[in-house]
Design a protein around this ligand. Structure first.
Ligand SMILES: [Cu+2]
Length: 252
């Protein structure tokens, strides 16, 4: 049995040996941010996000207002704000370096990050991109959706997207995170986080994350959850070191 994280690690190492950083970035985009090119003294922060206490049960979502959506869900659809796994692990958390990178600048990946509307839900529910990186929005449904980001630090826009179509947009400024809604289907909500650097990850339901290829230094690492807020921890890492760091959110 091999976990997704182990797979990504192995895949990353395999690609490292053939020396292609662009392939690594493409394969790691969903789970590990846009991994920067490996460097000899690169350090890593790895860990897990958990919660204590009792989280609310995921709210049931009625899609009856649009029968084409409702028929895609034989069972009840549920909101994705609390994605949990066994062992109190917490998904849909963005873990990122919030301070310590100084004035370093990083090339923007040429690959787009895909953000899908499928079953009248956004997939993934929380997506992260780099500033000025293309966000490719795909409507895989047989109904018209509408994508309406409500940013505080970027330009607001609001576009209808016909069934089966694709469009691209980008956000020029860092913002963690921009709420996105669909004006056609009021239950559709998601978040897009925009980073000016590549050191971020969005947890899956197993709560695990990794921030690879960090230059040695002193950093603040932040974890963000749409309902539970943010937590920060300070770390110092030396060249080549792998440091473990866990975050535990209190349910309230
Ligand atoms: Cu919609």
């Amino acid at each position: 049995m091999i976990t997704k994280q182990q797979f990504l690690k192995i895949a990353g190492l395999a690609i490292l040996t053939i020396g292609s950083s662009s392939l690594f970035a493409a394969s790691g985009a969903a789970a590990a941010g846009n991994a920067p090119a490996p460097s000899a003294d690169g350090a890593s922060v790895v860990g897990k996000v958990k919660f204590t206490g009792q989280l609310p049960q995921p709210a049931k979502v009625s899609m009856n207002a649009d029968p084409s959506c409702a028929k895609l869900h034989p069972g009840p659809a549920v909101s994705q704000d609390f994605l949990t796994g066994s062992d109190n692990s917490l998904g849909n958390v963005i873990v990122f370096i919030s301070d310590g990178l100084g004035n370093r600048s990083f090339d923007v990946p040429t690959e787009a990050v895909t953000f899908e509307q499928k079953g009248c839900e956004y997939a993934p529910h929380v997506v992260a991109v780099r500033a000025n990186q293309k966000l490719k929005m795909v409507n895989s449904d047989n109904t018209t959706h509408n994508i309406h980001p409500l940013p505080a630090n970027n330009r607001e826009w609001n576009k209808a997207e016909p069934a089966g179509s694709t469009m691209e947009e980008s956000f020029p400024r860092e913002e963690i995170a921009i709420p996105v809604k669909c004006n056609v289907h009021p239950w559709m909500k998601s978040y897009v986080a925009v980073f000016k650097h590549p050191y971020f990850a969005v947890t899956g339901k197993d709560g695990s994350f990794q921030l690879p290829n960090l230059p040695p230094g002193d950093y603040t690492v932040e974890a963000w959850h749409e309902k539970l807020g943010t937590m920060t921890q300070k770390i110092t890492i030396t060249a080549g070191q792998t440091k473990s760091l866990d975050f535990t959110f209190k349910a309230h």
